[in-house]
Design a protein around this ligand. Structure first.
Ligand SMILES: Cc1ncc(COP(=O)(O)O)c(C=O)c1O
Length: 391
């Protein structure tokens, strides 16, 4: 049987075996409810505290600033609905980027239906040196004293663009708007330091950094301006009432461990992964004429494992279907069941046909050179086959 090759690490990552062992120990041995007063509960609560400290140490924050959730979708909803629908919120404007993930754009569309003004700022277009980054001058001009919230992702899930946030954070600070950042694709892959960039709220998800699915966090800054959030989930009052429900202790502990492992070798992993990604890009370009890169240049502010390319004359979906042993993606995983072309590529200025002929690859920690070479070979063979069927 042909070896399967996983090149879809933006969609999810395999849980690290050491993290899975930690999780199993928590499930089987330290299974207490963190809210219970007895020794089992105390042990669980202590383990959660340690995990919060691991996140805090890794991200330049403090342990009490983390609210644990079921993943980044929930974290984003807690940030966006939580800020905008708080009874004391008077401001009615939200500023975001056209290239955000649906886990931000969909809640914002709901807020727009409920009367908020939502401004979606476009990115610099394809061909611009900062292609994919939000048009900073336009964004800064939109942030005013009516702006409740600005939501800008740290790194894009389709084209890997890393967004500089310093000037946006300063503008938010100045105008009294809160800055939320969906850092789901950045945490554990590139440095994310909350003591260096003044983001007020930041979402992350364990399964994107070799932890388990179904657990994530929302960082809520405790210093400076007061952040008022209306909770989404009410019940037992856990987590200072911000997210009721029994804590997912095994998941939270696993998430802390997963981040620690990522951060221990962040730089070396990033270098190795970027080299593999570059190798994939070169191999595809050598084998198929006119393969074009979507987004910025590979060495210009892009996630190390991200590659997004357009193939000439063949639809991405068809190429994927013809190469089932190579796992990649034709859009963001969460919306790839929808037939529409990628909103990110359209926002970059790609035509519908160009967007449909694109594929996203995500190289990860376990990817090997042999896998990269085999994947490029198989994709090129499929492309040739599809082309010969068309002519
Ligand atoms: C940028 C971004 N935000 C949010 C999400 C949703 O994360 P989760 O699966 O943890 O809900 C994803 C998942 O693909 C993502 O890439």
């Amino acid at each position: 049987m042909t070896e399967r090759i996983y090149l879809d690490h933006h969609s999810t990552t395999p849980c690290d075996a050491r993290v899975a062992a930690t999780m199993q120990r928590m499930l089987v041995e330290q299974f207490g409810n963190a809210s219970s007063g007895h020794v089992y509960g105390q042990e669980a609560a202590e383990a959660v505290k340690t995990a919060a400290e691991q996140l805090a140490g890794g991200l330049g924050a403090t342990a009490p600033e983390f609210v644990f959730t079921s993943g980044a979708t929930e974290s984003n909803c807690l940030a966006l609905f939580g800020v905008c629908l708080h009874p004391r919120q008077r401001r009615r404007k939200i500023v975001t980027a056209a290239t955000e993930h649906p886990a931000v754009l969909d809640p914002l569309a709901r807020l727009a239906r409920e009367g908020f003004t939502v401004v979606r700022v476009p990115p610099y277009p394809q061909g611009h040196p900062q292609a994919g980054q939000v048009d900073q001058a336009r964004l800064l001009a939109e942030i005013d004293d009516q702006t409740a919230l600005v939501s800008i992702m740290w790194a894009n899930n389709e084209i890997g663009t890393i967004q500089p946030l310093e000037a946006i954070a300063q503008r938010c600070e100045h105008s009294g708007a809160l800055l939320h950042c969906d850092a789901t694709q950045a945490v554990g892959r590139v440095p994310v330091r909350l003591d260096q960039v003044k983001v007020d709220l930041l979402s992350g998800s364990a399964h994107k950094f070799y932890g388990p699915m179904g657990v994530g966090f929302l960082y809520v800054r405790h210093t400076g301006k007061r952040i008022r959030l209306r909770p989404l989930v009410e019940g037992g009052g856990q987590q200072q009432g911000l997210r009721s429900g029994t804590l997912n202790v095994p998941g939270i502990v696993a998430m802390g461990h997963a981040l620690q492992i990522c951060l221990a070798s962040l730089e070396t992993d990033a270098k190795r992964i970027a080299a593999l990604r570059d190798r994939l890009c070169s191999a595809l370009r050598d084998a198929i004429p006119d393969v074009r890169l979507n987004g910025s240049a590979l060495d210009a502010g892009r996630l190390p494992g991200n590659l997004n390319v357009r193939f000439p004359l063949v639809e991405g979906e068809a190429l994927m279907a013809a190469t089932p042993s190579v796992a990649c993606s034709s859009g963001s995983a969460c919306s790839s069941v929808k037939p529409e072309p990628s909103h990110v590529l359209l926002a970059l200025g790609c035509s519908e046909a160009e967007a449909r002929s694109s594929l996203r690859f995500g190289v990860g920690r376990t990817t090997t050179e042999a896998q990269i070479d085999a994947a490029a070979e198989r994709l090129a063979a499929s492309w040739q086959r599809l082309r010969s069927m068309m002519s």
